[in-house]
Design a protein around this ligand. Structure first.
Ligand code: ATP
Ligand code: MG
Length: 391
């Protein structure tokens, strides 16, 4: 027996309920062969015993037909998600850490930063997911080169799309290209919850979440649904952007989210012909703001054409050109974020009990005036910010 024969046999085993096989999904690992004795692990995303049994039976039959005399199939299934109460509310308990990437303004490089950080964290050997929670303007699928890939759907569960060593889901992958979304606050809250509950994320070390710009319903919903381990703000160096970033950092404080730092993007320009770095928008201007919020600038990413082309062509610079200046700085930022997250966890982790809605289900927080809890500032005016969903 060879690994090729084993993989070829196992590629005949479909993942129950889906049209793809367990090898294509990347679920098979730790193959060990000793003569005609074969053992391997199938890491599945379902906690159903039926799924595990069906895979075991079919895999054993396929390998026996291929000449194996003894087959050991270890199934590694995720723990049944339970909402844990110790951390407040957590509707995605198989995910160990959540990183909220925010900005006050649009177009400052949130998606670029989220994706490159996610890739850099995966390159460190962590299990990483990337949730594009920008429901109105989902750009991540294009930036990962998977704009045409439709995810596997099984009932109301959806498997994340895999590329560059990370799992990803986006509204852009679930709807037709170019379709416009006009959603109210309550629908955004539901969508965020579904992204966490109905996407079959693996047991992830970290889920990086690319938020829509501003401080609104999506941010509050996320903070109420899972204990967000840390928040990161992306800003450009101009004062007008910094004003908005201050609001974003203020929101983290109100939502009891520890701040992992500030990414100053478009901080200088590296000329592609000479490699000389020029200051365009001002550099280091976010330093006073970092001090004000007792945090630090974890990266100054220059304007570099490769960052933009990487985004447009679906080849993140951290993966495609890791020795470029921007990639090096994204990689350093990922190290810093992970160090902060480990420190936060070592000190007892986070708790979102303090940001839960104070009214019972079905009762409007607006009508009871129960809005004394921490609230982000509203940019859209669509909701009272209490999670009541009544606007
Ligand atoms: N450092 C950089 N150098 C060159 N181009 C960049 C850099 N950062 C971002 N860009 C480009 O700027 C554009 C906007 O970036 P991006 O989409 O990441 O911003 P965003 O904050 O997510 O925007 P939105 O608020 O619309 O979601 C993209 O085309 C991206 O490739
Ligand atoms: Mg974006």
């Amino acid at each position: 027996m060879t690994e090729e024969i084993v993989k070829s046999a196992l590629s005949k085993v479909m993942y129950p309920g889906f049209t793809k096989d367990i090898v294509t999904f990347g679920f098979v690992n730790s193959i060990a062969i000793d003569g005609t004795n074969v053992s391997f692990t199938v890491e599945i995303t379902s906690s159903s015993a039926d799924v595990a049994n069906q895979i075991k039976t079919e895999a054993t039959a396929a390998l026996t037909a291929a000449g194996a005399t003894s087959v050991t199939c270890n199934i590694k299934a995720p723990q049944m998600p339970k909402e844990s109460s110790s951390q407040g509310r957590n509707i995605a308990p198989q995910v160990k850490n959540f990183l909220m990437v925010s900005s006050g303004k649009g177009g400052v490089g949130k998606s670029t930063t989220s994706l490159n950080l996610a890739v850099a964290l995966a390159q460190k050997g962590l299990k990483v997911g990337l949730l594009d929670a920008d429901i109105y303007g989902p750009n991540i699928p294009r930036m990962m080169g998977v704009a045409d890939v439709k995810p596997e759907v099984n009932g109301n569960k959806v498997l994340p799309i895999k590329a560059y060593g990370i799992e990803m889901m986006s509204m852009g992958s679930l709807m037709e290209e170019g379709q416009a979304l006009i959603w109210r606050g309550a629908m955004i809250m539901k969508a965020i919850e579904q992204f966490l509950r109905d996407i079959v994320w693996s047991e992830l070390d970290i889920l990086v979440i690319d938020m829509p710009p501003g401080t609104g319903d999506a941010q509050l919903s996320l903070a109420q649904a899972v204990p967000v381990t840390a928040g990161l703000t992306v800003t450009t160096p101009q004062s007008v952007s910094l004003d908005d970033s201050r609001r974003s950092l203020n929101m983290f404080q109100k939502l009891h989210i520890p701040i992992a730092g500030i990414v100053e993007n478009m901080s200088g320009f590296i000329a592609p012909d000479t490699g000389v770095e020029y200051d365009i928008f001002g550099k280091g201007t976010s330093e006073p703001m970092a001090k004000e919020f007792d945090t630090q600038i974890i990266a100054q990413i220059p304007i570099e054409p490769g960052v933009r082309t990487g985004g447009d062509e679906g080849k993140p610079i951290t993966f495609a050109s890791p020795s470029s200046e921007s990639a090096k700085r994204f990689i350093a930022a990922a190290e810093s974020v992970w160090a902060t997250i480990e420190k936060i966890n070592a000190e007892g982790g986070v708790d979102n009990a303090g940001v839960q809605p104070t009214t019972p289900p079905g009762v409007s927080a607006c009508s009871t005036g129960a809005s004394a809890q921490p609230q982000p500032q509203q940019s859209s005016g669509e909701s009272c910010g209490t999670g009541c969903g009544c606007h």
